[in-house]
Design a protein around this ligand. Structure first.
Ligand code: A2P
Length: 257
């Protein structure tokens, strides 16, 4: 059987009735690249029940962090949402995933486009100094239904911008673009629409999305990925993977049905 670690939950924070984040101890042997995911879960009826979760913590952090949806009858999340500090968490020993820098060709602006819990892999990426070495700008666009669902991303970005060591780099290069679709806010509309109209780039003072300078990572619902994939291919972007780097890469958000 593959390596599994048993970790201890340290903190839990509920953002809305649908979203929560939590931290846990990290085995020193657990290695990953920013943007990757691993299997995590709980013992349910004496057996491990695991689902794929992206790491929201940076590689240099001692603890692990995850961002999760709560599904009332979701096989894992109905239990996971009840986690308390001190509880055990199973963490699979192997990390994997396509949202890694080596799958992208060099570029000037990195667009990280996530909806809902699709934000998660981008959190480890924006905390990684290597990302800032590779790009002039890193755009983190997060689309949610309601403002309250942006809370976790907002907190992480604000902490990063205020960070004693990291803040200067983040303030120079990181452009955060939260948007909501179901209530008034300073940015509204789906990420797809915001690119179709060019509003997203215009609001940030950047040129229209183009494959010469821009690289894109996508994480969200299957429909969001289909729509953005089509838009990127229409603009001549090629999908990258482990054998051939490209202009964009895709990972689906691991949402429980
Ligand atoms: P909408 O409110 O118009 O459905 P969810 O919580 O359902 O995963 O949605 C997260 C965000 O993703 C919502 O703002 C939702 O907008 C948006 N969304 C849903 N489908 C798409 C899509 N195909 N492309 C881009 N954004 C989408």
């Amino acid at each position: 059987m593959a390596t599994m670690y048993t970790e201890t939950v340290k903190t839990v924070r509920h953002w809305t009735d649908r979203l929560f984040s939590f931290t846990a101890t990290r085995n020193p042997g657990f290695r990953f690249i920013s943007g990757q995911f691993t299997m995590i879960g709980l013992q349910i009826n004496g057996r491990p029940l695991l689902r794929a979760y992206s790491m929201c913590s940076a590689n240099h952090e001692e603890q692990m962090e995850f961002f999760s949806i709560k599904v009332p009858d979701g096989p894992l999340t109905q239990h996971l949402q009840k986690l308390q500090p001190g509880d055990s968490l199973i963490v699979g020993g192997k990390a994997t995933g396509t949202l890694i820098q080596d799958n992208l060709l060099p570029g000037k602006t990195l667009y990280l486009l996530g909806t809902g819990t699709g934000l998660a892999p981008f959190i480890s990426i924006i905390k990684d100094p290597d990302t800032y070495e590779r790009y002039d700008h890193i755009v983190l666009a997060h689309g949610c239904r309601e403002i309250a669902e942006l809370g976790y991303g907002e907190m992480v970005v604000n902490n990063l911008l205020a960070d004693e060591f990291f803040g200067e780099l983040a303030r120079e290069k990181l452009l955060y673009y939260p948007t909501v679709t179901r209530e008034p806010f300073r940015n509204t509309g789906r990420i797809t629409t915001l690119f179709e109209t060019g509003k997203l780039e215009a609001d940030l003072g950047l040129p229209r999305l183009n494959r010469e300078t821009d690289r894109v990572m996508l994480c969200g619902s299957p429909q969001m990925l289909t729509d953005l994939n089509r838009m990127l291919e229409e603009r001549g972007f090629a999908e990258g993977n482990h054998s051939e780097p490209g202009h964009f890469v895709i990972e689906k958000a691991f949402v429980e049905k």
